[in-house]
Design a protein. Structure first.
Length: 319
């Protein structure tokens, strides 16, 4: 078996109480592994804890419990130079290419900055490495003297990806990397991520709420609900045979490209007038999971697991 690239065990993130309000448990007991060259899709509605999980893995957000190990080394308690040394192995592609690039820095300076911070190449070789990165993401190296506002959204996201790849990371955490782009540009960026993974052997933690995009990129999928992972398995199994009621609700919300099939789906769902995508506090079918805690994990199929109090049968899973 390949050695694990990333191991996350019982990760918790709690935001302290403010103005008399109770503390917010944003991430609770999250555990998963990733292999080299793998893409794990982390999906769920807004507020489910996806981005906070990614930031905690990168140590950009302090965790209240649990451990994160990268390349066999625990990074949870690292700081200063030791953490900086490990960060060259894990990089972030942020959601909004319009706000994630410094508006007063040229592309050359943007791409040179991580090379300088991590001292990954000699100073004399930085221009050559910057040109190589531009070519890697399908852009003209002659444009490195331009500023971010002179590029389109798709081009900016390519620059963000190039910056993430500057120090040859093993793991790239992609936080909604295509949600701010039009559909055509989304497809181009997804194709670019595929080609870079094949060429460089990258692993992606792909955070998204769009299940159609995740289906196109992920080998495995983890579904987050209320700060917890409630279903985990191969992408084909999750999409073909979703086991958790929340996963089914997410898939039901995906529009069908065929108008006839979409009308049939809406007609079939019409009697369910009281059903909606659930909030983070309660089960999709009305049961309070905040009070009952973490449900037991069940193996639905080989390498396909679900955490649900009502698996495999029970009144709580009946719509």
């Amino acid at each position: 078996m390949k050695p694990q690239l990333l191991q996350v065990r019982d990760l918790c993130v709690t935001f302290p109480s403010r103005l008399g309000r109770p503390p917010v448990h944003a991430v609770m007991d999250v555990s998963f592994d990733m292999l080299p060259g793998e893409t794990l899709g982390l999906v769920g509605e807004s507020g489910s804890g996806k981005t906070t999980t990614g930031r905690a893995i990168l140590q950009l957000q302090p965790s209240s419990a649990g451990t994160v190990s990268l390349l066999g080394h625990s990074i949870t308690a690292l700081g200063g130079g030791a953490l900086r040394a490990m960060r060259r192995h894990m990089q972030l592609v942020q959601q909004n290419p319009y706000s994630s690039l410094h508006p007063r820095m040229t592309v050359a300076r943007i791409l040179a900055e991580p090379l300088t911070v991590h001292r990954s190449v000699p100073r004399t070789q930085i221009p050559e490495r910057v040109a190589e990165l531009m070519n890697l993401v399908g852009m003209d190296p002659a444009e490195v003297s331009r500023y971010p506002h002179e590029f389109s959204g798709g081009q900016r996201q390519r620059i963000v990806i190039a910056r993430a790849l500057a120090v040859n990371p093993n793991l790239v955490i992609c936080d909604e990397p295509v949600s701010a782009l039009d559909v055509r540009t989304q497809a181009q960026i997804v194709d670019l991520l595929h080609s870079l993974q094949a060429k460089l052997g990258l692993s992606y933690l792909f955070i998204a709420h769009d299940l159609a995009v995740v289906r196109a990129v992920a080998h495995r999928v983890a579904v987050m609900y209320g700060g917890r992972i409630v279903e985990l398995g191969a992408a084909a199994q999750i999409y073909r045979n979703p086991a958790h009621p929340y996963t089914r609700a997410l898939l039901d919300a995906v529009p069908q490209p065929d108008p006839a099939r979409q009308r049939a789906k809406l007609a079939e769902a019409a009697p369910e007038t009281n059903f909606s995508v659930p909030s983070s506090a309660t089960c999709a079918f009305g049961t309070d999971h905040a009070a009952t805690g973490t449900a037991q994990w069940h193996e639905v199929a080989p390498d396909h697991f679900v955490s649900c109090h009502f698996w495999p049968h029970g009144s709580g899973c009946q719509r």
